[in-house]
Design a binder for this molecule. Structure first.
Ligand SMILES: C[S@@+](CC[C@H](N)C(=O)[O-])C[C@H]1O[C@@H](n2cnc3c(N)ncnc32)[C@H](O)[C@@H]1O
Length: 385
């Protein structure tokens, strides 16, 4: 296919396999896993689809040139030579992001500044006027990736990180990243074939992501804007067709998703976010203390949540995590329970033996996604205390 080009989808630590599978299912070509990224090929329509439909991508980059550099002057000269008039005019705005993994070049901000200077000087020298920089809402976001002495220049087709799905207008104090939430649900293997509960749902991120997975709704259907919509070659009809065809692939979901929180303010926010996502038919948010709750179904239940870590929320973590374990084993038979925490000390107090432990990062914090299998008869539960 002549119109295919290279792209890079960036993701979070531990989600490379999930993203590779998502890309293959979506129809990408030459899919190859990297570190926190997956490279692939597709055409313009596929780039729109990738931004709209990938649950575990945080950005889709379109590399336009790569070269080796020995010093900052090389970078300036190579950037200066590029045909920026194909992507920008002097009345547009632009911004540069730089990631640098190199012993030679250590200051990503300086490399971004050199790139900005080269582009601005090129316009000033050839057209007498230069485009301005707008860090927040640029018309074109350019990404510089420097690995040792190799530089890749890409156009950022997403803009704001793709975890900004557009449904979350109300947030609580410790909301989880939407990409992390979706990836954890996918890692946990929930396939929409039983009820789902987030017993400490905060602003409702996990229930919303779960419902979108269950119904196969494109995760970014509510997003206000993608960077590619400002590109000179943006094809609005094509994007509309991609949206329409992606929405045709939604499916029925015959179970229920529940979100509990004991804080009434969190409950209000979660209800508002579920409504924003148009998912009120599938999700029930309830004002409930998990430790005083009991299982609502005799059927299999899938639990996934992120309890407080104890950093921002001042409570006795050992007791709190012991209560999680007690509640699960006393009130939640026939349940697969997963949660993520970076509090490894508190985790020891759950009092159940995890059947899986997966290393992830919640923001900068190294964390564990743990699984506890609670069987039907309490005697079968895997106790270790
Ligand atoms: C880390 S936050 C969850 C964030 C959520 N995933 C989000 O995206 O907004 C933990 C939540 O647990 C709630 N919580 C703490 N103890 C609880 C309990 N015993 N029962 C129910 N909710 C509880 C807090 O009110 C808080 O909203």
């Amino acid at each position: 296919m002549g119109n295919n080009f290279d792209m890079v989808a960036k993701t979070l630590y531990g989600f490379e396999d999930l993203l590779e599978t998502e890309l293959n299912r979506l129809g990408a070509i030459n899919v190859k896993k990297g570190i926190r990224s997956v490279t692939f090929q597709g055409d313009k329509g596929f780039m729109y689809k990738a931004n709209l439909c990938l649950r575990t991508a945080i950005k889709i980059l379109k590399p336009i040139q790569s070269f080796n550099i020995r010093n900052e002057e090389d970078l300036y000269a190579r950037i200066y030579k590029m045909p920026w008039e194909n992507y920008l005019t002097h009345y547009n705005t632009f911004a540069i992001d730089a990631t640098v993994h190199s012993d030679v070049f250590t200051h990503s901000k300086y490399m971004a500044l050199k790139t900005k200077d080269a582009i601005a000087d090129k316009f000033r020298n050839t057209q007498g006027k230069r485009p301005n920089v707008d860090i927040k809402f640029p018309d074109l976001r350019i990404h510089i990736h420097i690995q040792k002495n190799h530089c890749t220049v890409s156009l950022d087709s997403s803009g704001n990180s793709l975890h900004k799905r557009g449904y979350k207008t109300a947030t609580n104090i410790a909301p989880i990243n939407e990409v992390l939430a979706a990836g954890m649900i996918m890692l946990s293997g929930w396939d929409g074939q039983c009820d789902f509960l987030d017993p400490m749902c905060g602003s409702g991120t996990i229930p919303v992501e779960a419902a979108m997975i269950a119904c196969n709704i494109p995760p970014n259907i509510n997003r206000k804007e993608f960077a590619f919509e400002k590109w000179p070659d943006f094809d609005e009809d094509l994007f509309d067709k991609i949206i329409e065809s992606s929405l045709k692939k939604t499916r029925e979901f015959h179970h229920k998703i529940y979100g509990y929180d004991k804080a009434p303010s969190a409950v209000r926010k979660a209800i508002a976010n579920v409504k924003n996502a148009n998912l009120s038919d599938y999700i029930s948010i309830e004002d409930q203390n998990f430790f005083r709750s009991e299982k609502i179904t005799e059927e299999k239940l899938h639990i996934l949540f992120n309890p407080p870590y104890g950093e921002r929320l001042a409570i006795d973590m050992e007791e709190f995590y012991a209560s999680i374990g007690d509640t699960l084993k006393q009130e939640y038979p026939n349940t697969d329970a997963w949660f993520i925490t970076s509090n490894l000390e508190a985790l020891k107090h759950v009092g159940l033996r995890p059947s899986r432990k997966i290393k992830l990062f919640n923001g900068p914090q190294e964390s564990k996604l743990v699984k506890y299998e609670i069987y039907s008869g309490s005697k079968k539960a895997k106790f270790n205390r």
